[in-house]
Design a protein around this ligand. Sequence first.
Ligand SMILES: [Zn+2]
Length: 110
Amino acid sequence: PKYFSFGKSTINILHTKLRHNCILNYDLYRRNIIESPNCICGQKEDVYHFFFVCKNYVNARNNLFELPVLNRLEETILINSRLLLWGSDNLSYYTNCFIFSAVQTGRFNN
Ligand SMILES: [Zn+2]
């Protein structure tokens, strides 16, 4: 989809790497690139951990989920890792761009 190219290129590349499982420790571990799948907090660092669990990023997570676009969406659609990384065919281009913007500014800037 066109919204995959949304955002500043450096941050968009990060978003794309997350989407394709090639940046977090769990992903690198599965490819025998590093020796531990764990985050610096000690838990397995996968996408779910990155977005919803890691105690080191509570503020970033709160910033992300308090953004109006995600707040409003929460009433109509399940907000999960898949939505944050891939968007949804059931949402408009603009809503997908808002989601991508929220992820890129709310979560990646921390
Ligand atoms: Zn962690």
